[in-house]
Design a protein around this ligand. Structure first.
Ligand SMILES: [Zn+2]
Length: 518
């Protein structure tokens, strides 16, 4: 007698195999059989006409504080996502102490979505997340920005002993269960690091057989050099490499997707276990201060605010920001109309409006400075990509799907609520760019394998019972940049280690997620 049988659906294995009409038996937390005539069950779900797939894994999430929110947050379950990998772009929520929170606090506040950012070691964060009851599973990367802020504050140059301290902290994080190392090399203080510093940390990851996921140093004019650096780090440290949110940013660089993919494929042929992920949008979302060069933030966000308040300081920052040869900061590569302010700690009158709208006839750079002075950690959505590049990257077999979501509160990029259904609705069903088996593979095994999550990412006997049932004819997301927090259509059932957490499209309220330790 099985616990549950999903009867009559079209089953996708997550490995790219074609859909097969079959029943799926679940016992406890495992899938125990896939086939016909599986015998009696205590409960039968009729899923005739629906797709049955492994639960999706989101390799690029910023949901670190979400388990600690008071209420359950089913925004990923409604997309069919059963596991999120958090701690991306160099920002993990541990290890943190009071001094680090003081120095880097506003950055974490923007990511935190109202959850208090507390001093914790890595094991303590994992324990607190588990105790709070995550709404879906969570696997956690340890972030280079966090390690560097902890060991070296917001200084540009490393203090004596700081790198050794960062390596010790990384080692402790891997011992506690971090599933990999992340970097975010456009964000201070991580952006102050040289390649050797990252190799040293990635070598710690190698000792634990954990991958390195990177938001590279550049995604526009210097994209190829940034890829070379990521590949060099993976080669020298002998780690698996995940290139985060693969994109070609900046109008002058549009059409560059084939060159990006050629680098990935060449590295693969040279023996580097490299893959990437991508979100299906023309806009990214990040800190508003990413428009400024890294030099603006030396010493922390209070120091940045002081520079912007001082007329001479602002002049220096502006000169660096307007210098298109300067390696960091988006200012010279976008128009003010392409920048939508999404979150702000104190001024609700600026959110939901572009910098061009906010400036009117005034100077847009000065307007940016005023907004940042009022909240140095404000957030934005920024349009930088080209649809042809998005599609070229999407059809590449090395690139999976990852959302890059923020916390599910307030105005956020629509990817937070709709990334996965958008791929399945728009790029599979409407445009026919991907087959359904291939899209599912990009959301499942292609991610689980790279992050070492054994037992997940495929659907067959012996797999963990993380399962999504959706309607391929209706799955999709209608959220926009103006109104992003729309519930997706088409996801009917989700099982989380056998627990039925989305039933006929509705969240059951169960906080059945687990912290998955590496
Ligand atoms: Zn990033």
């Amino acid at each position: 007698m099985h616990d549950l049988v999903l009867r009559g659906g079209t089953v996708y294995d997550g490995l790219g195999g074609p859909g097969v009409r079959a029943d799926v038996a679940v016992d406890g937390d495992q899938v125990t059989a896939v086939g016909e005539d599986l015998g009696p069950a205590r409960r039968v779900l009729d899923v005739d006409g629906l797709a049955v797939a492994p639960g999706f894994l989101d390799p690029h999430s910023h949901s670190d504080p979400v388990p600690l929110m008071a209420d359950a947050q089913p925004f990923k379950l409604h997309q069919g996502v059963t596991t999120e990998i958090v701690g991306n772009c160099g920002f993990s929520f541990a290890p943190l102490d009071a001094a680090t929170i003081e120095a880097a606090g506003p950055l974490f506040a923007e990511l935190a979505g109202g959850v208090p950012v507390l001093p914790r070691d890595f094991a303590g964060y994992l324990a607190d997340a588990q105790a709070a009851g995550p709404t879906n599973h969570l696997a956690v990367l340890v972030g280079h920005n966090t390690l560097r802020a902890y060991a070296n504050g917001m200084d540009e140059k490393l203090r004596p002993g700081a790198l050794a301290r960062m390596c010790e902290l990384a080692d402790a994080a891997f011992a506690a269960g971090a599933v990999g190392l992340s970097s975010g090399l456009i964000y201070p203080p991580g952006s102050y690091a040289d390649t050797d510093e990252l190799v040293a940390l990635a070598r710690v990851a190698h000792r634990w057989n954990r991958p390195y996921a990177t938001h590279m140093r550049n995604e526009d004019d210097q994209l190829e050099a940034a890829l070379d650096e990521a590949i060099e780090i993976a080669t020298r440290a002998r780690v698996r490499l995940q290139v985060s949110h693969c994109k070609v940013a900046g109008k002058a660089n549009h059409g560059g997707a084939p060159a990006l993919l050629a680098k990935l494929h060449a590295a693969r042929l040279a023996g580097v276990d490299v893959r990437g992920d991508q979100y299906p949008y023309l806009a990214g979302g990040t800190f508003l201060n990413a428009l400024l060069p890294g030099s603006a933030q030396v010493g922390g966000l209070d120091a940045m605010r002081a520079r912007l308040v001082d007329p001479d300081g602002r002049k220096t920052v502006r000169a660096a920001a307007e210098d298109s040869a300067y390696p960091q900061g988006f200012w010279s590569r976008v128009a003010p109309a392409d920048v939508l302010v999404t979150t702000h700690a104190t001024r609700t009158d600026v959110t939901g409006r572009t910098l061009a709208e906010l400036a009117g006839t005034a100077d847009a750079f000065d307007t940016l400075c005023e907004v940042l002075i009022a909240d140095p950690g404000a957030g934005m959505v920024i349009t930088m990509m080209d649809e042809a590049d998005v599609r070229t990257i999407m059809v590449d077999p090395l690139v999976g799907i990852g959302s890059d979501n923020g916390p599910p509160v307030g105005l956020q990029h629509p990817r937070t609520w709709g990334c996965f259904p958008k791929v399945l609705g728009e790029y599979v069903r409407e445009r026919g760019l991907l087959t359904l088996p291939e899209a599912i593979r990009k959301m499942t095994s292609a991610i689980a394998d790279q992050f070492g999550l054994a037992g997940r990412g495929y659907l067959g006997a012996g797999a963990v019972a993380d399962v999504v049932v959706f309607d391929p004819a209706t799955i999709g997301h209608t959220g926009t940049y103006a109104v992003p927090d729309v519930r997706p259509t088409g996801v009917r059932h989700v099982l989380l280690t056998g627990a039925h957490v989305i039933d006929s499209g509705e969240f059951t309220g169960a906080r059945a997620g687990q912290v998955l330790r590496g």
